[in-house]
Write a protein that binds this ligand. Structure first.
Ligand code: SAM
Length: 241
């Protein structure tokens, strides 16, 4: 009988935000796969490092971090073939996923290649969206307000009407788009409604009002949260972290 393929959400970075189920499956796993950049360590592996067995076989899936190379078809074909080989031998494979596997996660590229042939289980994780709201100490949305999640790389012409249409907005993948996004939100009179969270839940986390952020670019793991609804949640004048 073939092994089971697990997509495991690890949460946003603090290992204490991992679920008990994720912890159990990772610590007992014989084969652990995870995405890794072509330079530097894997963020997903770093979150789970303390509980991966020393005897586990590791399958790093090296994906270049350049946007124009996504989705890297051949890389996922090769990784899926390697994982399929392990599953066919009857061994389970655990795939580590930062945040939640099905929330903008690269895990879905493996999922689509393997799910029709093997038993697959998804273990949801704390998303960066909810982690950033928690660190900003401001509810994401309420009552009949609508929340929209937007990728920062979208052009202004697409972002503007989507931001105008709702009361709560999360902008992900801020990175090198920070200056442009800040200008857009300033033009829309929303800068004072915007909070910024970088590397939520990690020791080097930063939580600021977007207007207090002076840098031109942001790291990849950053997010802007805007609330313009009628509730009385205001951004505090400053943040301690
Ligand atoms: C490819 S998506 C992965 C999302 C992830 N699967 C999740 O459930 O949160 C990457 C984006 O998530 C956001 N992100 C992930 N982890 C974060 C963190 N610890 N702090 C702030 N933003 C984070 C950033 O906007 C980043 O550009």
């Amino acid at each position: 009988m073939s092994g089971t393929f697990y997509g495991i959400g690890l949460g946003p970075g603090d290992p204490e935000l991992m679920t008990l189920k994720a912890h159990r499956l990772i610590s007992s796993a014989k084969v652990v796969a995870y995405p890794a950049p072509d330079t530097g360590p894997s963020f997903a592996r770093a979150i789970a490092a303390g509980i991966i067995s020393k005897s586990a076989t590791e399958i790093p899936i090296v994906v270049p971090m350049r946007v124009d190379r996504f989705p890297a078809r051949e890389i996922y074909d090769t990784a899926a073939a390697e994982i399929a080989g392990v599953l066919k031998s009857g061994t389970d494979v655990v795939v580590l996923c930062e945040g939640d596997p099905f929330f903008y996660g690269s895990f879905m590229y493996l999922f689509e290649r393997l799910t029709d042939r093997f038993s697959c289980e998804i273990v949801p994780g704390v998303t960066s969206l909810t982690a950033c709201a928690a660190r900003l100490k401001r509810p994401l949305t309420a009552r009949t307000d609508v929340l929209t999640v937007l990728p920062g790389p979208l052009p202004d012409a697409e972002l503007r009407p989507k931001i105008e249409a709702v009361q709560a907005i999360a902008i992900m993948k801020v990175g090198r788009h920070l200056s442009r996004l800040k200008s857009l939100l300033t033009e829309m009179n929303l800068l004072d409604h915007a909070g910024y969270v970088e590397r939520a839940s990690l020791p080097d986390e930063r939580v600021l009002r977007l207007s207090d952020l002076t840098s031109e670019t942001a790291p990849y793991f950053s997010m802007i949260l805007i609330y313009k609804g009628d509730e009385a949640w205001m951004l505090p004048p400053s943040f301690s972290s």
